[in-house]
Design a protein around this ligand. Structure first.
Ligand code: G4P
Length: 525
């Protein structure tokens, strides 16, 4: 049976896993790949823990790992669906790329460590997803360890993130006393240790919400407690609502243990049912591009440079929005109007890169780039030009002063800075009075990549002076009075010339707000 474009699109599930480092993102990714048959053994996804290397070696790490780019997008078939998992690196790899990757997904899985609850990085990533209104699925991990009370975790999730939660299942005990999951959604109990034979790890529930039949587990106070908890949740908790899930207002919560695999399949089955297939994208002309539109379109959300320093190659990651990609096809880049033949493309598997044969909405393809692409570029097939809405800019939190080491190399320094800024690798600010260069980033790694690339691609050595973290807030040009600037609230201009203050801390910002109540301060995302 040949699949129509609509069938193919409907089977796509493109998502990212967001979490704080060490919550278990890698482990659960491996489990998902195992279930999909993409890998045979856990531990193959990546040489874990880049953080164990000295940061300055990161280019070598890339080489050693070799697969870091292949693991930035993973494709796996599961239950008739094609799943695309986009990696959002944590640890020192955290950067604007991480945020931008979230612009290319249709849903997100949020992994939380049951011993720790909501951690800072989870909160940041959640915010970016929630601003897009995409569905967010929560997996509370490490149930095989003693963690915090489930009720506590749910309450924290709702309070800290401001989203309603709906537990799809409920732990029966935890750590050594983990008996299983009370599966509210599937109306069954899933046991960690099946009692009589291998087949009965799922026990159906009767109308009273109790296990049907007579099993030892029913004698346990842990079981009785879980039944009571669930009763309470049903009476006082949120109602299940598919619409609220689809709108990102309600997060279905699953408990489990990625390490032992317990609860992972239950999660995955529900996830592929509820996670959305690719939907439409809006153009700047406010036209809607449907995923099933015939002409191929897509946008570039990430550029990874220097995958192979010997060739200075770069890969532009494209999220396909409509139509069907075919090798060798011609597309236009909207920004430049240039026609490009897509001959050298790659798709990403768990452990290899392969030539793409076909790709539809929701899929990610990699284009070998020789300088044709920028982050945010729209590419399209056919005569009718279009540009998708711009990718948002993110408020940087870390800042560095930067100057060329060798004044003779001013020209290459300026060229390099300009190009890397345009490419979206880093943000650039100039101090209002003296026009000093200040770089802004959301993650430390961006500075290191900047320094490395300036040296290796532009032959410009730079002096970088850390300014630490600052709070960047934009103001309206009309409100601008250069005398407002001081060392604690440094006035700069962004690369578009818009005035922005870099506040030393919250206190400095509040002081400013008190002093100039008429000036409105705005953050980017
Ligand atoms: P990350 O990608 O989110 O950073 O987390 P990762 O999966 O690497 O997991 C972080 C640590 O937590 C790992 O241990 C991993 O084995 C452990 N872990 C993940 N899921 C579970 C779980 O369900 N239960 C328990 N008990 N542990 C879990 P590590 O000792 O730091 O790494 P490793 O050297 O053992 O691999």
């Amino acid at each position: 049976m040949t699949q129509t474009l609509a069938d193919k699109v409907k089977a796509r599930r493109t998502f990212a896993i967001i979490s704080h480092p060490d919550a278990g993102k890698t482990t659960i990714t491996e489990q998902l790949l195992l279930f999909g048959g993409a890998i045979r053994q856990a531990g193959t996804v990546k040489g874990k823990k880049s953080g164990r290397f000295a940061k300055s070696d990161w280019m070598d790490i890339e080489k050693q790992r070799g697969i870091s780019v292949t693991s930035s997008v993973m494709q796996v078939d599961y239950d008739g669906k094609q799943i695309n998992i986009l990696d959002t690196p944590g640890h020192e790899d955290f950067s604007e790329d991480t945020y931008r990757t979230l612009m290319a997904v249709d849903s997100a899985v949020m992994v939380i460590d049951s011993g720790k609850g909501i951690e800072p990085q989870t909160k940041k990533l959640f915010k970016v997803c929630s601003m897009r209104g995409i569905p967010i699925f929560t997996f509370i991990n490490k149930l095989d360890r003693d963690g915090r009370e489930p009720m506590d975790l749910i309450a924290e999730l709702e309070e800290v993130l401001g989203i309603d939660a709906y537990p799809m299942n409920w732990p029966m005990g935890m750590g050594k006393n983990l008996l299983g999951l009370y599966d509210i959604y599937n109306n069954r109990v899933e046991l960690t240790h099946p009692e009589e034979n291998e087949d009965n790890d799922f026990l159906p529930l009767n109308e009273d919400g109790e296990i049907e039949g007579d099993y030892q587990v029913m004698q346990s106070t842990i079981y009785t407690q879980a039944v009571e908890d669930v009763q309470l949740l049903k009476e006082a908790g949120n109602d299940f609502s598919e619409e609220a899930i689809a709108a990102g207002k309600l997060t279905p919560v699953f408990f489990g243990s990625a390490l032992t695999g317990f609860g992972v399949q239950t999660f995955l089955d529900a996830f592929v049912d509820f996670a959305p297939s690719p939907s439409e994208h809006m153009t700047v002309a406010e036209e809607i591009v449907e995923p099933t539109d015939e002409n191929f379109t897509g946008f570039i959300f990430k550029i990874q440079a220097n995958m192979n320093p010997a060739h200075r190659d770069r890969i532009a990651f494209v999220r396909v929005c409509s139509g069907e990609f075919k090798p060798g096809m011609d597309v236009y880049v909207h920004r430049t109007g240039k026609k490009i033949k897509l001959a050298h493309t790659t798709q990403f598997m768990a452990d290899s890169r392969e030539q793409v044969q076909t790709a539809v909405a929701g899929d990610i393809i990699g284009l070998y780039d020789t300088g044709n692409f920028q982050i945010g570029d729209t590419i399209y097939e056919g005569k009718k030009g279009l540009q998708f809405e711009a990718l948002p800019q993110f408020t940087p939190e870390l800042f560095m002063k930067v100057t060329p080491k060798n004044v003779m190399k001013q020209k290459s320094f300026h060229k390099g800075v300009q190009q890397l800024v345009q490419e979206g690798a880093i943000q650039l600010y100039k101090t209002y009075h003296t026009e000093d260069y200040i770089l802004g980033a959301v993650g430390q790694l961006q500075f290191e990549v900047f320094q490395y690339r300036l040296l290796h691609e532009y032959n410009a050595e730079v002096e970088m002076t850390p300014m630490g973290s600052k709070i960047a807030r934009w103001i309206d040009s009309e409100d601008l009075d250069p005398n407002m600037s001081s060392s604690r609230n440094l006035l700069c201009r962004d690369r578009f010339g818009n005035p922005v203050f870099l506040f030393e801390n919250q206190f400095a910002m509040r002081w400013f707000e008190d002093k100039y109540p008429e000036v409105k301060l705005t953050a980017l995302l």
